[in-house]
Design a protein around this ligand. Structure first.
Ligand code: UD1
Length: 427
């Protein structure tokens, strides 16, 4: 298995291009199921999860054509066509590797009147149930049954009728699923306490480009008027705010000067504000953000929250950065119960972190030292890369497949701005 090798202590500087957003891509891809016409997505990141989602769509008879696959290209264009669906079952083997597979449930039941998806099971960052996905689909007319590890959703009479649902807590994935199911329902739907993440806005805009009718995009109340059919469209995936935030942390932790290009600064306001509070200089110019760090970082008190709050997907990266701040920081994780798996690994590199329940106290250390480390999820792995960039000596991050799920050509992007980083095989 590949590892990432980092010799730390280099100050990063230069321009770093940001890719299309993984989490937006994974909710835009299933939109192809909603029409028999082609859906073309541009600015898709080249990531393992995007490839897996393409394979999942193939299972239902969707054709996928990829352009821009020259090795030197960042991003790709994919055209999907679901002319006739040949299946409606998402098998365990694919779902267990990629949780986002659950996002085919809504569009499949909307288009075909039924969908069977393997239950995703446990997940490294916590329990991650799907009860809200199912309750929301039920509220707009789906019937839900469980058999042998699978959940089956069907629309009586072949078409959902639409309805009202108020989420008891904000869920990104469940909002995505119910929105995709409601756009072709027979009647109107009203979704309250919907997630407002920029990825949801991206989804809604793509659906509108395909002929969906809805109001309240970007607010917590979505009103959807079901239409008889959707048509094809060409849509560009939004910039990855989490990738951008991660590289902003790379500039901060190395005392560097990075200009992130192709970003949407307004989508990452909470991250940029937090960096500003830590003493990092942020300059925005249109679609680029320059991140400059000089001098010690100030400690922070941060709590993860649904958008527009501080993203749970940025918690691990900030923790690495704050491990070198001048004082004690307090981080609270409110979204997932088990999202501190990077803590023991960071501790092995010299970080002083104490976790009590959902709160972590990070006492800034004078330095970190390189070590062999590994993490059990994507953002946790990135926090170890960040620590490695700032640490003295060599850091080896194993289980690189986590990083490949969410960071397009990480080592290439980081080497281009001065990091000493390479991917090595086990051989
Ligand atoms: C969450 C994050 C998202 C991030 C993604 C990957 C939030 C609100 N969501 O999205 O920003 O990109 O993880 O790290 O920050 N829940 C249930 N039942 C359900 C669905 C969710 O109880 O059916 C709970 C979850 O356990 C969690 C909370 O709701 O505590 C939010 O989960 P949700 O937003 O659905 O998770 P993701 O869509 O994976």
């Amino acid at each position: 298995m590949d590892r990432i090798l980092i010799r730390g202590g280099r100050r990063l500087s230069g321009k770093l291009p940001i890719s299309g957003a993984k989490n937006a891509a994974l909710t835009l891809l299933p939109c192809a199921l909603l029409t028999d016409e082609p859906l073309t997505l541009r600015n898709l990141p080249r990531l393992a999860d995007v490839d897996s989602f393409g394979h999942l769509l193939n299972q239902f008879g969707v054709s996928t054509l990829i352009e821009g696959s020259r090795p030197e290209d960042f991003g790709r264009v994919m055209t999907m066509r679901a002319g006739r669906l040949t299946g409606t079952t998402a098998p365990y083997d694919i779902v267990r590797k990629m949780r986002a597979s659950i996002l085919v449930l809504g569009p499949l039941v909307g288009r075909a009147g039924e969908a069977t998806v393997s239950l995703p099971g446990g997940c490294a960052i916590g329990n991650r149930p799907i009860d809200l996905h199912l309750k929301a689909l039920e509220a707009i007319g789906a019937t839900i049954e469980f058999t042998a590890g699978y959940v089956k959703a069907s629309a009586p009479g072949g078409r959902l009728k639409g309805g009202r649902y108020t989420f008891p807590i904000v869920s990104v994935g469940a909002t995505e699923n119910v929105v995709m199911a409601a756009v072709t329902a027979r009647g109107p739907s009203r979704i309250e306490n919907a997630a407002r993440e920029p990825e949801i806005v991206d989804l809604c805009r793509c659906l509108v480009a395909m002929g969906a009718r809805m109001e309240g995009i970007g607010t917590e109340t979505l009103e959807i008027e079901g239409v008889d059919r959707l048509h094809g469209a060409t849509y560009a995936v939004m910039p990855d705010r989490i990738e951008a935030g991660s590289y902003a942390c790379a500039a901060a932790i190395t005392g560097g000067d990075l200009t992130l290009t192709g970003v949407a600064p307004d989508d990452m306001r909470a991250t940029l504000d937090a960096l500003g509070q830590a003493g990092v200089t942020i300059e925005e110019r249109g679609n680029s953000v320059r991140v400059t760090a000089t001098g010690p970082l100030a400690p922070l008190t941060l709590s993860t929250a649904p958008y527009p709050g501080f993203a749970t997907d940025m918690q691990a990266q900030f923790m690495a950065m704050l491990a070198l701040a001048d004082g004690a920081s307090v981080l609270t994780e409110t979204i997932f119960e088990n999202r501190y798996m990077h803590v023991p690994e960071l501790a092995r590199m010299g970080a002083d972190i104490q976790v009590r329940g959902r709160t972590a106290v990070v006492r800034g250390a004078a330095r970190l030292t390189g070590a062999p480390v590994m993490a059990t999820d994507l953002r946790a792995s990135m926090s170890l890369v960040l620590a490695g960039l700032a640490a003295e000596g060599e850091t080896q991050v194993s289980r690189v497949y986590h990083l490949d799920r969410g960071y397009e050509r990480l080592e290439e992007k980081l080497s281009a701005v001065g990091a000493d980083i390479e991917r090595v095989g086990d051989g």
